[in-house]
Write a protein that binds this ligand. Structure first.
Ligand code: GDP
Length: 428
């Protein structure tokens, strides 16, 4: 069976922990989209890790970890990440890279930087990992698949063709130094040697695994609201963040994805620009930021302070629907234990009146939150593993959110550790 763990919001929902928990029972863990531009935080027996490209199954030696064809593969950073995990005592993970996965080229990273520099104040706040230029080239059909590294002559011929155009842009639009074919070729050959031991026909491997009833976990990056189609366009990422894209980005039949766990935090946070209706500011935001997650709400990849907000029922209901959630995991419930009262955004006030339907970007940008206030529980709930043993106000908070979003919260996470988890009719 295939299960997907995906984000219901803007990313950073705590997917890393959930994936780590579910990975233990899986045979295969697959990354199917995105690249080195975001990160998961995982805390386990080996320590605390920020994973960017490696699938979260790398801590379990029985798991095959796959970089799917939908990923933007940065070979240098993947290899550095792999080595750093091994250096910290994790047994060498089983890793496969699809031969169809495309490569983030050094010039994709440069184009990302140059374009943000050119845009100045209007910049997207890109992490400058080359993701947008990468996907542009993929769909313009001038990207490089991993398999192309193994045919030197065709590789050189294609590089000559592609660099001719890239260099014109570099020179005329950005006024920067041109890239030589020989330099790029030698980088490519290094890349080839680095990925050779891991490159495989993952399509056939997965078809067989499905026939053999293996348990497969699809690991999403970011969340619904960063999806290029359904998110807060244009402040989105360049590949689909939805579970259904897992079928394409991993290469498995769509009908096999029977469980979709949409992860959402008990409050909201958002990195980077874009409409964020339930955002809070000043001391109120700082208090939550400091206490949030494990050691504060700061980006796993960038270290940027995250924008903070009240739990947003409108965005989450929509985010869960876009994911096709069968289950919702509500994380970081423990973080709210300091609050006397907890505000929740239950609707939006828009030009067209009050709504619980998530609006398109131009309307969203003018939307104001409609707030309801619930009593807090004022105590530490870490260590509790039975939902019934939570303080009444904590239970009510979960039930309230569940009712507003209309999807079952079957998992509650009340601490960053693997065992700090409460199942609530999960799998029933
Ligand atoms: P991801 O990208 O969705 O995996 O999210 P991140 O890893 O960037 O952010 C989640 C943060 O919250 C990490 O620091 C986790 O260790 C932490 N975390 C996950 N679940 C919980 C929880 O239930 N309680 C607390 N306090 N922290 C959590």
């Amino acid at each position: 069976m295939v299960k997907a763990i995906v984000g219901a919001n803007w990313g950073d929902e705590g997917k890393g922990k959930l994936t780590d928990v579910f990975a233990a029972e899986s045979d295969i863990v697959i990354r199917f989209q995105g690249g080195a531009n975001a990160g998961h935080t995982i805390i386990n027996n080996y320590g605390k890790f920020a994973l960017h490209q490696l699938p979260s199954g790398v801590f379990h030696s029985h798991i095959t970890n796959i970089i799917g064809n939908g990923v933007a593969l940065n070979i240098n950073s993947l290899m550095t990440e792999l080595q750093s995990v091994i250096d910290r005592g994790v047994p060498t993970p089983k890793l496969m890279i699809s031969e169809r996965t495309q490569i983030v080229m050094p010039y994709h990273v440069l184009f990302d930087e140059y374009e943000e520099e050119r845009l100045g104040k209007a910049a997207f706040g890109s992490t400058k990992s080359g993701i947008a230029p990468f996907y542009s080239d993929k769909y313009s059909k001038i990207g490089f698949q991993v398999c192309e590294l193994f045919d030197e002559q065709s590789l050189r011929e294609k590089l000559i063709r592609v660099l001719e155009v890239k260099n014109k842009i570099i020179k005329t639009i950005y006024g920067k130094e041109e890239i030589s074919v020989d330099d790029m070729m030698s980088v490519m050959l290094k890349y080839r040697d680095m990925v050779a031991p891991y490159t495989a026909n993952t399509f056939d491997f997965l078809q067989k695994a499905i026939k053999e009833n293996k348990t497969i976990l699809l690991e999403g990056q970011l969340g619904s609201l960063r999806d290029p189609d359904f998110g807060i366009y244009p402040m989105v990422t360049s590949s689909s963040t939805l579970a259904s894209y897992g079928a394409i980005g991993a290469g498995i039949p769509a009908r096999e994805i029977t469980e979709v766990v949409a992860v959402t935090k008990a409050y909201s946070s958002c990195v980077g620009a874009g409409a964020f209706t339930s955002e809070i500011f000043g001391d109120e935001a700082e208090q939550l930021r400091k206490r949030g997650g494990d050691g504060g709400e700061y980006g796993a990849t960038t270290g940027r302070p995250r924008r903070m907000g009240y739990f947003d029922c409108v965005a989450t209901r929509y985010g869960c629907a876009a994911q096709g959630a069968t289950d919702v995991a509500l994380t970081c419930l423990d973080v709210l234990g300091y609050m006397d009262e907890i505000n929740v955004c239950v609707a939006y006030e828009t030009e067209d009146g009050v709504t619980t339907s998530f609006p398109v970007t131009p309307l969203l940008e003018k939307a104001k939150p409609v707030i309801e206030t619930l009593p807090g529980w004022k105590c530490d709930i870490r260590g509790i593993t039975d939902f019934e043993l939570l303080p009444e106000n904590a239970k009510n908070y979960v039930r309230f959110i569940e009712e507003k979003i209309g999807f079952p919260i079957t998992i509650v996470s009340n601490g960053p550790g693997r065992d700090e988890i409460i199942y609530r009719n999960y799998g029933k």
